[in-house]
Design a protein around this ligand. Structure first.
Ligand SMILES: Cc1ncc(COP(=O)(O)O)c(C=O)c1O
Length: 441
């Protein structure tokens, strides 16, 4: 079988047997799925041996490149002793070590880790914990949530209820509990000439006005610190985060920081909250935590929250579980990721490579189709002028042909590559994006 046949046959088998995520399957009648046989570093290889640059870190999970020798070795070693065991009543070194390491690394005071499986499960856990905290303290009426306009926290019903992306949400509206959206501090929404902090302050005033009236019924504000990723890589000033923290504290409302997409160095600091010097009440982590190897999520909670559940009465405890909570292999991969981030000084390396990307992308900023070119840490995005309907699919398909994995969000093109991307790979990526802008719909 020739390589090309192998690709086509696998694509067709997949179309017949697999219901792919976030996909209108009929679109694959004409656009074949791309079978990936193996991957190394920033490169994916199809069955024909053709390589594709993973410019979006496989949905933002891959931090250190595919097939990283140190993560592979850590997993092999873990396999020799314990693959999985339930985490209720039992415990194991990988979960304990990871909890200790995260508590030491995260903003001070987030002393306990509760494990989930993927990002959405972490969001569900944080929402439930917040409500349950207030109930344990005699305030069952505090069970509503505030979110930012254009936010995204996942696809399960609780997470979707605090998300604000109509395409994902509207169909399921009858299943969703109401939440309140306050204005997003997305810098693009500032008035012409309005200073970033002035604009952030105007957005914070709307949050304040809501809390002044509804704090008595509100359990928590949930937000994505610094970058609303699925909402089109909307970037905002740390000033807003600081102010949101102050307001939540003043009005007795929890702050849930969803760093599922932005944690572990993506915004330039280990956690985005550090840039605002705040400690949230809950910190949700997932995606990059295992370097993109295995599903794992964590909700870190402050000590006073943990203590509010600590009681002789069973029902005051947090009786939430997932079968694979704290899977030892996933925790071991996460520990290897933390080792690599630290010992190889990856955040410093990221600053150098980000500076190179910005120099190399300078010409894109002035491209006639590029608006609002923006960058935070290892995330770059711009909006495409005159994008026709179907732009995103057309651009993605052409990008694959050009050897790059890119999936614009509507008319927003972005890249957030694995941190190990080299200068030659950056050159390839930027040249490909420029060519695609000239040729796409
Ligand atoms: C900020 C944020 N929260 C939650 C999620 C949901 O994570 P998962 O897809 O692992 O359920 C995502 C996924 O993109 C996300 O970006």
């Amino acid at each position: 079988m020739s390589g090309t046949d192998a690709n086509a046959k696998m694509s067709e088998r997949s179309r017949r047997a697999v219901w792919h995520p976030c996909t209108q399957m009929k679109h694959h009648e004409n656009a074949p799925l791309v079978p990936i046989a193996r991957a190394e570093g920033v490169w994916l290889y199809d069955l024909e041996g053709r390589r594709i640059l993973d410019a979006i870190s496989s949905w933002w999970v891959n931090l250190l490149g595919h097939g990283h020798p140190r993560i592979n070795a850590a997993l092999r070693e873990q396999l020799n002793s314990l693959e999985h065991v339930m985490l209720a009543g039992l415990t194991h070194a990988p979960a304990v070590e990871l909890s200790e390491r995260l508590a030491a690394l995260a903003p001070t005071g987030l002393g306990h880790c509760f494990f989930g499986s993927d990002g959405a499960s972490a969001v569900e856990i944080a929402l439930k914990m917040s409500c349950h905290y207030w109930k344990n303290g005699g305030h069952p009426e505090k069970n509503e949530f505030v979110t930012l306009a254009n936010s995204y926290h996942g696809e399960t019903l609780g997470a979707l209820a605090v998300s604000d992306i109509p395409l994902y949400r509207e169909t399921y509206e009858p299943l969703l509990r109401e939440s309140t959206q306050v204005p997003s501090p997305d810098r693009r929404r500032a008035e012409p000439g309005e200073a970033p902090t002035e604009f952030a302050s105007r957005c914070a005033a709307a949050l304040q006005a809501h809390l002044e009236r509804h704090a008595g019924r509100t359990a928590a504000l949930i937000l994505e610190p610094l970058v609303q990723c699925a909402g089109g890589m909307a970037m905002y000033d740390p000033w807003y985060l600081r102010r949101a923290r102050e307001l939540c504290s003043r009005f007795g409302v929890h702050l849930i920081a969803d760093e599922i997409a932005v944690g572990f160095g993506r915004t330039g600091t280990m956690f985005a909250c550090e840039q605002a010097q705040i400690v949230p009440d809950f910190l949700c982590l997932s995606k990059g935590i295992t370097g993109g190897y295995l599903p794992l999520s964590v909700v870190m909670a402050t000590d006073p929250i943990y203590e509010a559940f600590y009681d002789d009465r069973l029902e005051l405890g947090f009786l939430h579980s997932h079968s694979y909570s704290g899977n030892p292999l996933a925790c071991r991969a996460a520990l290897a990721v933390l080792d690599i981030l630290e010992s190889e000084k990856i955040l410093e390396h990221n600053r150098r490579i980000a500076a190179y990307v910005n120099r190399r992308a300078a010409s894109l900023r002035s491209h006639r189709r590029v608006a609002d070119f923006r960058n935070t840490g290892m995330i770059w995005a711009f909006d495409v002028r005159e994008a026709r309907p179907g732009f995103s699919r057309d651009f993605s398909a052409r990008a694959i042909e050009a050897g790059v994995l890119l999936r614009p969000i509507g008319a927003t093109v972005y890249w957030m590559p694995p941190y190990v991307i080299g200068e030659a790979d950056v050159d390839f990526l930027i040249d490909a994006v420029a060519a695609l802008l000239d040729s796409s719909a």
